[in-house]
Design a protein around this ligand. Structure first.
Ligand SMILES: Cc1ncc(COP(=O)(O)O)c(C=O)c1O
Length: 370
C-alpha cells in the first residue's frame, strides 16, 4: 500500500484519452502480422520524400536545443497563411496548443462549450483547468446543431471549442453557420476553431478559418496540424493562429519552452514546402472516402457526411464488440466511447487494400448478424 497523496482533483476525475491501439498490440491480440491501422486518422501515404531528405543525418544537429520560437517555421507559415508570424504559436502537435490555450485562458469555474461527440482533448484540457464543459449533442442526422450552439453562446462561455471539419463526426461548418456564430459571439468568448482536417475538406465546402476570422473583430484561436494531410503524426507539429498578440503571447508563455524538437521543425518546413505531395495524397484519400462511404451504404450503414480522412457511423450494436471482432481480422478501428455514442464506429480511410480488408470483414460480421 502506498501512502495517500493529495492529487489535483480536476485531474483525478478526468476521463482517459481514447488513443488508438498500436500495431504491436494489435498483432499480439489478433495473431495477424499484417495490420490495417484505421483508428488514428493517420495518413496512409506516409509523408513527402522532401521530409525524409531534410531529416538526413547531415541536416540535423540533435545535440543543440531547438529554436523555442520556431522562427523559421513561423515565417514560412506566415507566408503560407498570409498572417503575421507574431500571431502564430507552434506546438508539439496541436494537442499541446489545446493544453496551452486552456492553461492560458481558463480559471477554475469558467464555462466552456463544445459539441458531442467531441475530440477528447476539447473536454479534457479545459476540465484539467477546473472549467465546466457543456456539450451540445449533434442532430439526429449527424450534423452540427446550430440553434443549440447559438443558444450556448448566449450564455457567454469563456471558450467555444469546435473542430471543423468535425472529429469524430466528419462534416464541416458551412459559411452560413460560421457567419451565424460570428454574429452571436461576444468578446468574452474565445472561439477555438480546430481545423486539424482542413486540407481534406472539398474546396467548395471549405471554410478557411484563418482567412475568414482575420477579417472579424472576435477573439479566436485557429488550430492546424502537420499530423494529418502532411503525414507527420509521429513527429508532433501543430500550430495556433491567434486573433491578437495578447492571446498568442499568453499561449507562448503557457507552452513548454523547447516544445518542438529540431527534427520536427525541419520536417514541418519541408512538408509545408511540398504542397504538391500533400494535395496528391489528399486527392487519393478523398476518392477512397467516397468509395468506402458508398460501400458502407450498400451494407445498410449511414455514415455522416465527411470532409475528413475518416467516416463515422452507427453500427446498431455496441461498437466495442464490433471493433474487437474486426481486430481478430487484423483491422484496428475506433469504437466511440463517449456517453450516448457507444454504438458509433470511426474508421480512418487507409489505402485501397486496407479499406477493402475492412469492408470485407465488416460485411462478414453484418451477414453473420442477419
Ligand atoms: C480535431 C483534432 N484536433 C487536434 C488533434 C491533435 O492533433 P496533433 O497530432 O496535431 O496533436 C486531433 C488529432 O486527432 C484532432 O482530431
Amino acid at each position: 500500500m502506498t501512502d495517500p497523496i493529495s492529487l489535483n482533483p480536476h485531474i483525478v476525475v478526468l476521463p482517459p484519452y481514447n488513443a488508438g491501439m498500436s500495431i504491436g498490440a494489435a498483432r499480439r491480440a489478433s495473431g495477424h502480422q499484417s495490420i490495417a491501422r484505421l483508428a488514428s486518422n493517420e495518413n496512409p501515404d506516409g509523408c513527402s520524400p522532401a521530409v525524409l531528405e531534410a531529416l538526413a543525418p547531415t541536416g540535423l544537429e540533435p545535440w543543440r536545443y531547438s529554436d523555442p520560437a520556431c522562427m523559421v517555421l513561423r515565417e514560412a507559415l506566415s507566408e503560407h497563411l498570409a498572417t503575421h508570424p507574431d500571431h502564430i504559436v507552434v506546438g508539439n502537435g496541436s494537442e499541446e496548443m489545446i493544453a496551452a490555450l486552456s492553461r492560458a485562458l481558463l480559471l477554475p469555474g469558467d464555462h466552456v462549450a463544445t459539441v458531442a461527440p467531441s475530440f477528447g482533448l476539447h473536454e479534457i484540457e479545459p476540465r484539467a483547468m477546473g472549467a465546466t464543459v457543456v456539450k451540445i449533442p449533434m442532430t439526429s442526422d449527424l450534423a452540427f446543431d446550430l440553434p443549440a450552439i447559438l443558444d450556448a453562446l448566449s450564455r457567454r462561455p469563456k471558450l467555444l471549442m469546435l473542430s471543423s471539419p468535425w472529429n469524430p463526426v466528419g462534416p464541416a461548418l458551412s459559411h452560413d453557420a460560421l457567419d451565424a456564430i460570428l454574429k452571436c459571439i461576444s468578446r468574452e468568448t474565445v472561439l477555438v476553431f480546430d481545423e486539424a482536417y482542413f486540407e481534406y475538406a472539398d474546396e467548395a465546402a471549405r471554410v478557411d478559418g484563418v482567412a475568414l476570422l482575420a477579417a472579424t473583430d472576435i477573439r479566436y484561436v485557429v488550430l492546424r496540424t502537420f499530423s494529418k494531410a502532411y503525414g507527420l503524426a509521429g513527429l508532433r507539429v501543430g500550430y495556433a493562429v491567434c486573433s491578437d498578440i495578447q492571446v498568442a503571447d499568453a499561449i507562448r508563455k503557457a507552452k513548454t519552452p523547447f516544445n518542438v524538437n529540431v527534427a520536427a521543425q525541419t520536417a514541418a518546413l519541408a512538408a509545408l514546402g511540398d504542397q504538391a505531395w500533400m494535395k496528391a495524397s489528399v486527392a487519393r484519400t478523398r476518392a477512397e472516402r467516397g468509395r468506402v462511404a458508398l460501400a458502407l451504404q450498400d451494407m445498410g450503414y449511414a455514415p455522416a457526411v465527411s470532409q475528413t480522412n475518416f467516416l463515422f457511423f452507427a453500427c446498431h450494436s455496441d461498437s466495442t464488440d464490433i471493433a474487437d471482432r474486426l481486430l481478430k481480422e487484423g483491422v484496428i478501428v475506433k469504437p466511440w466511447r463517449e456517453d450516448g455514442y457507444q454504438n458509433f464506429l470511426r474508421i480512418t480511410i487507409g489505402h485501397p487494400d486496407e479499406n477493402d480488408r475492412l469492408l470485407l470483414a465488416l460485411r462478414s460480421l453484418t451477414i453473420s448478424k442477419v
